[in-house]
Write a protein that binds this ligand. Structure first.
Ligand code: HEC
Ligand code: HEC
Length: 443
């Protein structure tokens, strides 16, 4: 053996020894690549993140959009078209509803994102227990018949408006493992620690999973959220609508409209004369299309170029403790991981992806609680989910009730668990505060 060969043998042996150390993080799925982002510009066609097939633009004169038959087997262009459709009474719209299509509320700056549109919830207290308004806590703004338009009484003293949240990039959010969320919250200082909720996944026989969607983190799966929204925003019954706590495999899933709380009391509006379309009004295809459209959207990207003031404000965000709740970074579960109670498997396009949602998806009491209890118990009445800050530069009504019209006043409204961060912000110099605000508005 020559000296050279002996040396090579030694080097190869050393490399072989070191290899497991270098590769193990990849095996464990701890490393990831940055998720694709959208430039937050409606004029560019850059929403698709490669989950499923892209398809071709829909021309209704040639062929209708076709919904998926199972999650992930449809086409993005078709799914987006269905998300953008406006429904009519003949499609099952109403009897009570909030608007005619997903896109009418999730529209700016691009399909799937925000709008100023609000939902209204109400109920009252019995002792210290929140009780829904008779006929349900969601009070619809519209109806298909003047007899069923909802009117609440003066007894319903807990009232809350909630502004639309963006669904862009939510496929990545759906693919964050429960354990990842739990580890993040466990690392927060005790006094500021967030509450994670466990909520039923309708398509998995109501198996519990950590919630992450909605102002109360009231859903864990995009299919469950979509079924709920189709019924509760538009009045379209479907087997994923979760009405009365039913799972999608219950025999009577998708057969009940929301009762109407009218001035004459609660009216059951399922069936004639108010509800002319046979239930379920959607066979579940549209709901799959909504879920997959949102799951296939890219994450909101940063302002480009990032202004100098925002670069300066970046480290201040951590210095004053905003990042305790507005968590900068998560990595999604590896491709192949079974989630949503076994109903969905993390696809390659969404697995091991690094995202920057600037939220911990947990509930906190920052002094703004709306008093409403959804599916996580009385203790959550005065807690709200940390608002995700990605894409915030594309909206101008802030906090769950949309009552703040600039970031500065939104920060001043932070109290409770966020008091220390607000005080630390106020202790900065005026120039530093301006830099921090520029940073937030570059997200
Ligand atoms: C009337 C306006 C309106 C319509 C119509 C509407 N939404 Fe929403 N959407 C909202 C509001 C308001 C919220 C925040 C609700 C809350 O948490 O209380 C929201 C939240 C969401 C979220 C949670 C986003 C997140 O990351 O937390 C998803 C997903 C969603 N909507 C999907 C849909 C789908 C799918 C449709 C169509 C079936 C739809 N929405 C129709 C107003 C609307
Ligand atoms: C203890 C957790 C916590 C800390 C610390 C915290 N926030 Fe928040 N933040 C929240 C919660 C919860 C909300 C939603 C409150 C609501 O809507 O009622 C929120 C909402 C916001 C919003 C409104 C976003 C929108 O889209 O409506 C902004 C802006 C914001 N926070 C910025 C900051 C900044 C800047 C800091 C640091 C000075 C900070 N937050 C510190 C929990 C926190």
């Amino acid at each position: 053996m020559t000296k050279f060969v002996r040396l090579m043998a030694f080097v190869l042996f050393a490399v072989a020894l070191a290899l497991p150390i270098f590769t193990s993080p990849i095996v464990e799925g701890q490393t990831g690549t940055e998720a694709l982002t959208t430039d937050m510009d409606a004029k560019t066609d850059d929403l698709f993140n490669n989950f499923g097939a892209l398809g071709t633009p829909i021309d209704e004169c040639v062929a209708d959009a076709e919904p998926p038959t199972a999650r992930g087997n449809g086409r993005f262009r078709d799914n987006q078209f269905i998300f953008e459709e406006e429904e009519t009474v003949a499609d099952g719209l109403g009897p009570t509803y909030n608007d005619v299509g997903c896109v009418t509320c999730h529209q700016s700056v691009d399909t799937g994102a925000f709008s100023q549109n609000m939902e209204f919830r109400a109920g009252h207290l019995s002792g210290t227990t929140f009780v829904d308004n008779p006929g349900g806590q969601l009070i619809h703004t519209r109806g298909t018949d003047s007899d069923v338009v909802e009117h609440i009484t003066t007894a319903e003293t807990v009232r809350a408006f909630r502004v639309t949240l963006s669904a862009l990039g939510d496929g990545f959010v759906e693919c964050i493992a429960n354990q990842t969320l739990q580890n993040n919250v466990a690392a927060q200082p005790f006094a500021q620690r967030g509450t994670l909720t466990e909520v039923p996944v309708v398509e998995a026989n109501n198996t519990l999973r950590i919630g992450r969607f909605g102002w109360k983190a009231q859903h864990a799966s995009l299919l469950s959220f979509s079924g709920d929204a189709y019924l509760n925003e538009m009045g379209i019954t479907n087997k994923f609508d979760g009405f009365g706590g039913r799972s999608s495999n219950a025999a009577d899933a998708g057969t009940h409209e929301n009762p109407a709380s009218t001035a004459e009391g609660v009216i059951q509006v399922t069936g004639p004369p108010f509800d002319p379309v046979v239930d379920p009004e959607d066979d579940g295809g549209d709901v799959l299309a909504f879920a997959d459209f949102m799951a296939a959207t890219r994450a909101p990207g940063r302002q480009n170029p990032i202004p100098a003031a925002a670069v300066r404000g970046d480290s201040l965000f951590n210095a004053v403790g905003c990042n305790v709740c507005h968590t900068r970074t998560f990595t999604t579960a590896p491709p192949g991981t079974s989630i949503n109670g076994g109903a969905f498997t993390v696809p390659t396009a969404l697995g091991n992806k690094i995202i920057h949602p600037f939220t911990d998806f947990a509930l906190h009491d920052v002094g703004t609680g709306d008093g409403i209890v959804q599916n996580a118990g009385q203790s959550t009445a005065n807690q709200m989910k940390t608002a995700p800050l990605w894409g915030i530069r594309a909206r101008n009504r802030f906090m769950h009730d949309g009552l703040n019209v600039n970031v500065s006043e939104s920060i001043q409204r932070h109290a409770g668990q966020a008091t220390a961060a607000r005080n630390a912000f106020n202790a900065l110099t005026a120039a530093q505060r301006a830099d921090l605000l520029a940073f937030v508005l570059s997200l």
